[in-house]
Each structure stands twice: as structure tokens, then as C-alpha cells.
Ligand binder design. Structure first.
Ligand SMILES: Nc1ncnc2c1ncn2[C@@H]1O[C@H](COP(=O)(O)OP(=O)(O)O)[C@@H](O)[C@H]1O
Ligand SMILES: [Mg+2]
Length: 237
């Protein structure tokens, strides 16, 4: 699969008769097979960027290349499960009957550790489990490209850590392109192949990460130094 390319993408919203510039001249390559992280403070334009890339919203200026014909999935910050459907039906929701490969769906359910909960309903699940269902649903679609908007931000520390590990594993198996939004520097350092720092609608800096994900130790000198650098990048002067 080819990657996705943003060329000089800008977006403004009209608020109380005034133009509010939310994204300003974004150039970005989203590589196939890789996890690209958008890291930034609340309100810097991360969700807007995802909405433009997904096509939920139209760009005002510039171009998003290479995304239109791709099979895409979107994982929202809050789980968007159907309360009246059980776990398996939530995961296959949106797929046509003939698209459902039960063996593959069962594999995905196992990958996210929900095999014992296939017939449970969302109200019977914890927050982490619901988010797992959302992630399984995205992967069940066999996507070439997944967009994830702070999918773990409502989870406690340990559940979050476990979900990050699971995501790394699933990604290494499926090798689709992922555009992952977070405001957590640690999460970016754990997951990213590339970390893009967004500040007030502009790309402030960008880091390529070549270290093997299973071997990353955030307490290692190199990561501590990078974290300091990123904190500096994010600091508003
Ligand atoms: N539909 C909209 N109408 C007006 N302003 C919006 C709209 N969507 C987002 N914004 C504004 O754009 C800015 C960036 O929002 P958002 O992309 O959601 O940021 P983030 O996801 O980084 O927190 C915020 O100031 C927000 O209020
Ligand atoms: Mg957001």
C-alpha cells in the first residue's frame, strides 16, 4: 500500500462571525505499515486533523492524497458501541454478511482477549474491555488504514499499558497504517514509528523512531533526553 500525504492542509472554523484558524499549512507523510503519532496539547487541532484525513470533514485548503480508495477504520476517543448488540455483533457491525470471516473474527477477538465475552453486552464490560471491542471492530474490517483518536485516554495506567502492548502486537501482525492521536508523551514514545508534534495547528517538530518497540525502555537515557526535548517543543513560551 502507498502511504497518505497531506500537502499544505489548512482549516478554519467560523466562531461568532470570526474565523478561527485550527490547522495551518500541515505537510505530513503517513507511511504504510507504520504507526504515526500526532502528539499535542488539548485544543491544538488533533481531532480536526483526523477528521480531515478521514474525510468526515472537508479540507479548506491543501490536499489529502492517497486516502480515498483505502479501506479505513476510525476508533473514537469514547467507545461507540451499540448497547443492544453483544460483543461479537458489535465487532462485526458494519460488515456485510458475506464479508464476515468467522475464523478471522475469532482470531481478532482472541488477540484483544475477549474470547470469554463474545456474548456479553456493553453494559457488562469495563471501560478497557469496551475500548478493546472498538479496536477489534476496527481490525475486523481488515483496514489498510486506521485512525485512532486518544483511544486509551479514559483508561487507568495499567489497563492503558496493557492495551498499548496489545496494539503493538496486533499492528505487527496486520501491518496497516495507523494514525494515532494522543496527548501523552509516554504513549507516543512507546507506540510511535514517527512522532509528530502539533502546536496551535502547526507542525512544530517530528521524530523518527527506529528502536524496536518491545525493547523500548522509557527510563533509558536516550528516551529521557527525547522526552525532555518533546516537553520543550510543547512548552508554550
Ligand atoms: N466544529 C467546530 N466549530 C468550531 N470550532 C471548532 C470545531 N471543531 C473544533 N473547533 C475548535 O478547534 C480547535 C481544535 O479542536 P480539536 O481539533 O478538537 O483539538 P484537539 O483534538 O487537539 O483537542 C479548538 O479550539 C476547538 O474549539
Ligand atoms: Mg481531540
Amino acid at each position: 500500500m502507498d502511504g497518505i500525504k497531506l500537502v499544505n492542509v489548512s482549516k478554519s472554523y467560523e466562531v461568532k462571525n470570526q474565523q478561527l484558524k485550527v490547522l495551518d499549512g500541515i505537510d505530513l507523510n503517513i507511511s504504510a505499515n507504520k504507526m504515526t503519532i500526532i502528539l499535542g496539547r488539548s485544543g491544538c487541532g488533533k481531532t480536526t486533523l483526523l477528521r480531515l484525513v478521514s474525510g468526515i470533514e472537508e479540507v479548506e485548503k491543501g490536499e489529502v492524497r492517497g486516502v480515498r480508495l483505502k479501506r479505513k477504520a476510525y476508533v473514537f476517543q469514547e467507545d461507540r458501541l451499540m448497547p443492544w448488540l453483544d460483543v461479537k455483533r458489535n465487532i462485526t457491525f458494519g460488515l456485510k454478511k458475506k464479508q464476515i470471516n468467522h475464523k478471522k473474527i475469532d482470531e481478532i477477538i482472541e488477540m484483544v482477549g475477549l474470547e470469554k465475552f463474545c456474548s456479553a453486552y456493553p453494559s457488562q464490560l469495563s471501560g478497557g474491555m469496551k475500548q478493546r471491542v472498538s479496536i477489534a471492530r476496527a481490525f475486523a474490517y481488515n483496514p489498510e488504514f486506521i485512525m485512532m483518536d486518544e483511544p486509551f485516554s479514559a483508561l487507568d495506567f495499567f489497563t492503558r499499558e496493557q492495551m498499548q502492548k496489545e496494539l503493538i502486537k496486533i499492528h505487527q501482525k496486520t501491518r496497516c497504517a495507523i494514525l494515532f492521536v494522543t496527548h501523552s508523551i509516554d504513549e507516543a514514545l512507546i507506540l510511535g514509528d514517527k512522532i509528530v508534534i502539533l502546536e496551535k495547528g502547526r507542525i512544530k517538530s517530528c521524530y523518527e523512531m527506529n528502536e524496536k518497540k518491545q525493547e523500548r525502555d522509557l527510563l533509558d537515557q536516550k528516551f529521557v533526553a527525547l522526552k525532555k526535548q518533546i516537553i520543550d517543543d510543547l512548552r508554550i513560551i
